[in-house]
Ligand binder design. Structure first.
Ligand code: TEU
Ligand code: CA
Length: 551
C-alpha cells in the first residue's frame, strides 16, 4: 500500500485565473494577482493549487483553446511571472499543478495551421479530417457545445472534428508523431518543476474508430454522440502510453477529468496496482443535476453515489473530492438554500463532501459561499457554450426571456464571476470594470467581511481544513455509511484503529432527528459544527452539520 503520499494529505484549491485577482487594473485576473493571494491560500490551509489554463489562447473557450502549450497568455503575464509564481508556491510549502488540455488545441495553434494548409501536409493526420457525406458533415455527431461536431474547411474541402467549440479541433491520438510532440511538451513543464497535471477532457480522447453515425431516434439535426467518444473502448491504452512515456518518470500527482466513469470501473483508472492516474474527477454527482431536473438530490441519491466510490477505492486507490468547478453552477445555489439558509447550507454541504476519503478540492469562492449570479440579457454571458446553446434554443422556438432564464439556471458563467475579495467597487478583484460582471451580492459575500467573523463560511472551511490535517482518520480512515435510510441526514464515519469520527449533515431545511439506537454519540466530543447553539441530543436543526470524535 502506498500510504502517506503528500497528495493524499493535501487540500487542493482550484484557480480560474481570469477571475481570481487582477494586479494591473485591466479587469482581467493574472499571475501576479495569484502571487498576491498566496498568503491567503496558505493561511486557509491549502497545500495544492490547480490553475486552469494560462497559456496563450484566442480565448474562444477562455484558455481551453490553446495556441501555444509552452507560453503564457499575455493578458496573464510572462513566463518570468510564472516562474515567480511557482517559486512562491514552493517557498510556502505548497505545490502547483497545471491544466493539461490535449484532447484538442486552438484552431490558431501552429500544428493546426499546418494541418489545415493542405491534404498532404505532414501534420494533416495530427487532427481528424474527413470528407463530407452527401454534401453534409461526415457523420451526425453533435458537439458537446451544440451543433455539429464537424466544421467544413474551404481551403482543402474537408471537415475537421471538434467535440467542443469549432475553434477547438480535436487532436488525433492515433497519430504517434503527434503524441511524441505532446509528450515533449509535458516533459518540458515537468522538468520546470511543476508538481503534476489535471488532465482536461481525458474521457473524450478516444473516438469510435469508424466514425459512423450514432443512433438518432428523435431525428435531431445532430445526435448526442457521447456513445461514440465518452470513455470509449481503448481509451486506457492511450492513458498507458502517456504514463509509460511521461508520468512514470516523475514524482507528481495526476488527476483526470473523467466523465463517464462509474465506481465499478474506478479501480482500472486509479487502482494503485495499475500504475495509471492518481485520481479522477468523476461526474456522477455532478451530472445528477441536469438542467431539466433542477431538483436538489436527496441524501439517498448522494449516499448511493459517494458510498459506491468510497467503497470501490478503499485500500485500492484514491478519490478526488469536489462539488464545484468552473463548469458547474455554484453548489450553494444548486444543492443548498440561498434564500433562507445560505450560511448553514454552504457549510453543511462542505462538511458532507470534504471529510470523506480522498483529496478535497475547493473551487475559488466556494470557501466564502459564493452563489450563482444574475443575468439581465444574453449579452451578460461570456461562455461560448452558452451562446451556442442559445442559438439552438432559438431555433427550437424558445423566446429570448426563456433562454436567459434557462442559461441563468445552468450556465457556466455563474461560477466564473470575479472572486469577491471585499466590498469595494468590483469586489476588490480589480480597479477596472472586469471582463465578466461581478455578482451583485459582493457587498454581503466577500473574503474581507468573513475573515474575522468566527461564524463565517470562510472560517468554517479553515477549521475544517485544519481538523482534517490533525486527524489521520479523516485522511486514511475507512469510510462507513451511517443512518442508511435517513431521508434528511447524510451521515458517515471515518475509522482508523481506535479512532472514529462521525460526520452528520442535515441536508434539509427542516429539523431532523435520528434514532439513538442506530447511532449513539455517547462519550463523543463535537469537534466541528456550523451552529453555535444546538448540539443537543439526536437532533439537527435545518442544514446543521456536526462532526464528532470518539476516542
Ligand atoms: O470540460 C470538459 C467536460 O466537462 C467534458 O469532459 C464533459 O464530458 C462534458 O462537459 C459533459 O457535459 C473541460 C473543461 O473543464 C471545460 O472548461 C472546457 O470547456 C472543456 O474541457 C473543453 O476544453
Ligand atoms: Ca490584469
Amino acid at each position: 500500500q502506498v500510504k502517506g503520499r503528500w497528495w493524499k494529505e493535501a487540500t487542493a484549491y482550484q484557480i480560474y485565473p481570469r477571475s481570481f485577482k487582477d494586479s494591473n487594473g485591466d479587469g482581467i485576473g493574472d499571475l501576479n494577482g495569484i502571487i498576491d493571494k498566496l498568503d491567503y491560500l496558505k493561511d486557509l490551509g491549502i497545500d495544492l493549487i490547480w490553475i486552469c489554463p494560462m497559456y496563450p489562447s484566442p480565448n474562444d473557450d477562455n484558455g481551453y483553446d490553446i495556441s501555444d502549450y509552452q507560453g503564457i497568455m499575455a493578458e496573464f503575464g510572462t513566463m518570468a511571472d510564472f516562474d515567480r509564481l511557482l517559486e512562491g508556491v514552493h517557498q510556502r510549502g505548497m505545490r502547483l499543478i497545471l491544466d493539461l488540455v490535449v484532447n484538442h488545441t486552438s484552431d490558431e495553434h501552429p500544428w493546426f495551421l499546418e494541418s489545415r494548409a493542405s491534404r498532404d501536409n505532414p501534420k494533416r493526420d495530427w487532427y481528424i479530417w474527413r470528407d463530407g457525406k452527401n454534401g453534409a458533415e461526415p457523420n451526425n455527431w453533435e458537439s458537446i457545445f451544440s451543433g455539429s461536431a464537424w466544421k467544413h474547411d474551404a481551403a482543402t474541402g474537408q471537415y475537421f472534428m471538434h467535440l467542443f467549440s469549432s475553434r477547438q479541433p480535436d487532436l488525433n491520438w492515433e497519430n504517434h508523431e503527434m503524441r511524441a510532440a505532446v509528450y515533449d511538451m509535458m516533459r518540458w513543464w515537468l522538468d520546470k518543476g511543476i508538481d503534476g497535471f489535471r488532465i482536461d477532457a481525458i474521457a473524450h480522447m478516444k473516438k469510435e474508430p469508424t466514425l459512423s453515425d450514432v443512433p438518432n431516434p428523435d431525428k435531431l439535426p445532430y445526435a448526442p454522440s457521447m456513445v461514440a467518444h465518452l470513455n470509449y473502448d481503448g481509451l486506457l491504452d492511450y492513458v498507458d502510453d502517456i504514463c509509460r512515456n511521461v508520468f512514470d518518470h516523475y514524482d507528481i500527482v495526476t488527476v483526470g477529468e473523467m466523465n463517464g466513469l462509474d465506481a465499478d470501473h474506478a479501480e482500472e483508472w486509479v487502482g494503485e496496482n495499475r500504475g495509471r492516474l492518481n485520481m479522477v474527477f468523476q461526474f456522477e454527482h455532478v451530472r445528477l443535476w441536469e438542467p431539466q431536473a433542477g431538483l436538489r438530490p436527496t441524501p439517498a441519491v448522494l449516499r448511493k453515489i459517494f458510498t459506491a466510490w468510497q467503497q470501490a477505492l478503499e485500500g485500492k486507490g484514491w478519490n478526488a473530492l469536489y462539488v464545484e468547478n468552473h463548469d458547474v453552477t455554484r453548489i450553494v445555489s444548486r444543492w443548498g438554500d440561498t434564500e433562507r439558509h445560505w450560511r448553514e447550507s454552504a457549510t453543511c454541504i462542505a462538511a458532507m463532501y470534504f471529510l470523506m476519503q480522498g483529496t478535497p478540492f475547493i473551487y475559488q469562492g466556494q470557501e466564502i459561499g459564493m452563489t450563482n449570479t444574475r443575468f439581465a440579457s444574453l449579452e451578460d454571458f461570456d461562455d461560448v457554450s452558452a451562446h451556442n446553446k442559445a442559438r439552438d434554443l432559438r431555433e427550437q422556438g424558445m423566446s429570448e426571456a426563456e433562454i436567459v432564464a434557462f442559461l441563468t439556471r445552468t450556465g457556466r458563467d455563474n461560477s466564473r464571476t470575479p472572486m469577491q475579495w471585499d466590498a469595494s467597487p468590483y469586489a476588490g478583484f480589480s480597479t477596472h470594470e472586469p471582463w465578466l460582471k461581478v455578482n451583485p451580492n459582493y457587498e454581503m459575500i466577500n473574503v474581507e467581511s468573513q475573515q474575522h467573523d468566527p461564524h463565517s463560511v470562510l472560517n468554517f472551511y479553515r477549521q475544517m481544513i485544519h481538523l482534517r490535517k490533525r486527524e489521520p482518520a479523516l485522511i486514511y480512515g475507512r469510510y462507513e455509511s451511517l443512518l442508511d435510510d435517513h431521508e434528511q441526514i447524510y451521515a458517515y464515519g471515518r475509522v482508523l484503529g481506535d479512532e472514529r469520527l462521525v460526520v452528520l449533515c442535515n441536508l434539509s431545511g427542516k429539523a431532523a432527528e435520528w434514532d439513538a439506537r442506530a447511532l449513539s454519540l455517547d462519550g463523543a466530543t463535537c469537534v466541528l459544527a456550523n451552529l453555535s447553539e444546538g448540539q443537543e441530543g439526536n437532533r439537527l436543526k435545518a442544514w446543521e452539520t456536526r462532526v464528532y470524535k470518539h476516542a
